[in-house]
Write a protein that binds this ligand. Structure first.
Ligand code: 5GP
Length: 144
């Protein structure tokens, strides 16, 4: 795995600072969750810590605890909103593992048997569709 300093100009750091936009579904003290711009399925959501960390190996135990709890909460909301039979939770470490944005994140991806999953980070989704999907997930989070 590459050993490089955290790049504070990566796109997720910019989203955290409000310098880049995202369809946010969860905004809390330790974590932020928003729609993946190039989703692998409708409802594909990313959950990130505010802690500026590249990957799992650098994340504090406290940060990981907050992140996985937020991920579970978001996964519940995505499941309630999209009702998929399966749910993939994924996290990639290093370019060799397929990581493309170097701020740690968990992917929450609805899955259904027999429906192939496209490669990640390929096709930008329609903005209105992302906004609508985010609203559906937010409604579930608001409902508790
Ligand atoms: P990784 O490959 O690092 O595990 O996942 C990075 C994810 O970030 C990809 O699924 C990709 O589609 C998504 N992504 C890349 N750029 C942006 C962006 O500007 N905004 C959002 N919301 N997602 C992005």
């Amino acid at each position: 795995m590459r050993a490089m300093a955290y790049d504070p100009d990566n796109i997720f750091a910019k989203i955290l600072r409000g310098e880049a936009s995202a369809h946010v579904v969860l905004d809390e003290e330790h974590c932020l969750a928003f729609m993946d711009l190039m989703p692998q399925a409708p409802g594909h959501t990313l959950v990130i810590p505010r802690e500026p960390v590249e990957n799992l190996f650098d994340l504090s135990d406290a940060g990981l605890s907050h992140l996985i709890v937020a991920t579970k909460r978001v996964a519940h909301a995505v499941r309630a909103a999209f009702n998929p039979p399966g749910m993939m939770i994924a996290q990639l470490n290093g370019a060799d593992a397929g990581q493309t944005v170097f701020h740690i994140h968990f992917h929450v991806i609805p899955r259904k048997g027999g429906v192939a999953m496209p490669l990640h980070a390929r096709t930008v989704a329609d903005a209105a569709e992302l906004a609508d999907n985010a609203a559906r997930i937010r409604a579930q989070l608001d409902a508790g």
